[in-house]
Ligand binder design. Structure first.
Ligand code: 6PG
Length: 257
């Protein structure tokens, strides 16, 4: 963890504990952000790993304990498919929890999926500029970004070896790749690493070798490049995803919960 100076690793005993730890942290950061600035701006990922956590957000105590009226939900990335396609990150989140939340429709900011990718990227970039009150000279600062990782070491839709979302001044770019291998939008690395809090939420034994490589070794993979100067990176893992990690990583964990 030497690249991420302010980092920690939390290992949950099972998937249920991982979901509740994630929801607790989400609630803490939401309350702190609203106290600090009057609102909470979060960007969520798709994929399967965050789904139990997402579902929990619409259950008590999170449904009433999170300041939803002051919360704005964005996406880290999106597969450019219709919202009712099972591959849609927004559509999945809507079914999993958004539809059950007391949140205003205008506070939910899906990445548009019915325009050509470069225009959809421009649209989302404008959405971010308006929400954060910044122009091209500035950059959005999310309170929280929740990321996953792929077995190949990607995060968001930033794939190893593809510099499109890395060496750029843009906040949102169109890319192709991943599974499903479709056109996608993704927030860029410069935006992700400005977030005040970054959570990597990872479960499952099939990710253990990748988690080990990223955390202990390969600093070239996208997740390791997200090393916010002023923010905090938390790895929230279940035991299966963490089982290859050595004990005592630079004093940052793992803490077993
Ligand atoms: C997306 C993502 C992606 C995801 C990882 C892990 O493809 O939409 O946001 O970065 O987080 O691929 O996905 P799983 O949780 O399904 O393994």
């Amino acid at each position: 963890m030497t690249a991420n100076r302010k980092g920690r690793i939390i290992v949950a005993a099972n998937i249920e504990r991982l979901a509740s730890e994630s929801a607790d942290l989400f609630r803490r950061i939401a309350i702190e952000s609203v106290t600090r600035s009057g609102r909470f701006s979060v960007a969520l990922s798709g994929g399967s790993n965050p789904r139990p956590f997402h579902r929990l957000l619409a259950d008590e105590p999170y449904r009433s304990g999170i300041p939803w009226a002051q919360t704005h939900i964005f996406w880290v990335d999106e597969r450019l498919v219709p919202a009712d396609d099972p591959a849609s990150n927004f559509g999945t989140a809507r079914n999993d929890f958004l539809a059950r939340l007391p949140i205003q429709r205008s506070h939910v900011h899906p990445m548009c999926s019915d325009k050509p990718p470069p225009r959809a990227a421009d649209d989302y970039q404008r959405t971010l500029g308006t929400h954060f009150g910044v122009d091209a000279a500035g950059a959005p600062v999310f309170d929280l970004v929740v990321l996953g990782i792929g077995i190949d070491g990607h995060t968001a839709s930033i794939f190893p070896g593809d510099r499109t979302a890395v060496e750029t001044d843009r906040w949102v770019v169109a890319v192709t790749g991943g599974s499903p291998n479709v056109a996608r939008l993704t927030l860029t690395l410069p935006v992700l690493e400005r977030a005040r809090y970054v959570i990597f939420l990872v479960s499952g034994r099939q990710k253990a070798a990748t988690v080990h490589t990223i955390i202990t070794g390969d600093t070239s993979l996208p997740p390791r490049q997200i090393a916010p100067a002023g923010g905090m990176v938390t790895w929230l893992l279940d035991r299966d995803a963490a089982y290859l990690l050595p004990a005592g990583l630079d004093g940052v964990g793992p803490a077993i919960v």
